[in-house]
Design a protein around this ligand. Structure first.
Ligand code: NAI
Length: 283
């Protein structure tokens, strides 16, 4: 499989990481957002990250990588991309609207993929004609570091396409995994309790606080990050949308229910690291 020209749509936490990772595989990458300010910030952050790696002697081709990535508005990108990865806001209607436009814009060979955390792939595929070339590719945060990519075959995605993409990621520094098109796929379904139970603990008087829960899970559980640190990294807003969507998809099963703290923090714009305030403060 040849993947040379990549378009990543959404230059937030995930899109910028995904774009950086594809560039590091020497693909030519066009990064798109509907906010010019967000695009400029993402490009600056990616360049800074490469400069730091170069200073530490961990990257020898920073200058070459910088020539491979560009930032664009959607109507400026080339129409012959091999793969488009969508990483915009976790909202089904907005994603469907976008995919309808992308389907009309890109040439027939372009593969369309969503990085959604929780929406069924077949519901997004309804918006496009090229249903066989539509699938889920779910990266993890930070996308340049986390190895796992969930490869999600929708109802009409081509089996061969999914296998070819799996093999392509496997040949790079990723560990792909096939997933069924079920709400939350594998990781985000399992992870609901990793966030839900700690939220109930800190909301109960005389029980542990965020720092203690994070420390215990790291020291005893061997996790790299505690649940509160991880929620701050993911984005409280994104994690709340994912929780709601998985809960709805499982007919509001109580074990998947969002916690009131999540909504409260979103209302207060405490989104985590990206807004410098979440469960912790970041200056
Ligand atoms: P984010 O809020 O950091 O970034 C979203 C970006 O999309 C923003 O820059 C926004 O300006 C842009 N955007 C919104 N609507 C757009 C449109 N119509 N056209 C172009 N750009 C648009 O969100 P984040 O965290 O990067 O999440 C993106 C997707 O990745 C979501 O579907 C989320 O569920 C998924 N995801 C998030 C993870 C995380 O840890 N944050 C992990 C894995 C998947």
């Amino acid at each position: 499989m040849k993947l040379q020209k990549i378009v990543v749509i959404g230059a937030g936490t995930m899109g910028s990481g995904i774009a950086q990772w594809f560039t590091q595989q020497l693909c030519s990458v066009e990064l798109v957002d509907n906010s010019q300010a967000q695009l400029e910030k993402a490009l600056k952050d990616i360049h800074t990250s490469w400069d730091k790696l170069a200073e530490k002697g961990k990257l020898s081709n920073a200058a070459e990588l910088k020539t491979l990535i560009s930032i664009k508005m959607i109507d400026q990108v080339a129409k012959d991309a091999d793969l488009v990865v969508e990483a915009i806001i976790e909202n089904l209607e907005i994603k469907r609207e976008l995919f309808k436009k992308l389907d009309a814009y890109f040439g027939p060979h372009t593969i369309l993929a969503s990085n959604t955390s929780s929406f069924p792939i077949h519901l997004m595929a309804e918006a496009v004609e090229r249903k066989d070339k539509f699938l889920g590719l779910h990266f993890f945060n930070p996308a340049t570091i986390m190895k796992l990519v969930e490869v999600i075959k929708g109802k009409d995605s081509s089996e061969k396409l999914c296998r070819d993409l799996y093999a392509w990621f496997d040949s790079k520094d990723k560990k792909p995994a096939f997933c069924k098109d079920s709400p939350g796929f594998i990781v985000n379904r399992v992870a609901r309790n990793f966030y839900g139970e700690p939220l109930r603990i800190v909301d109960t008087e005389n029980e542990a606080k965020e720092k203690e829960v994070d420390a215990i899970l790291k020291e005893v559980g061997g996790f790299k990050m505690g649940p509160f640190e991880l929620m701050d990294l993911i984005g409280i807003d994104v994690n709340y949308s994912v929780t709601c969507s998985v809960w709805e998809a499982y007919d509001k099963e109580p074990r998947f229910a969002p916690h009131k703290l999540q909504k409260q923090m979103v209302d207060e714009k405490r989104f985590g690291r990206k807004s410098k305030r979440g469960f912790y403060k970041y200056d």
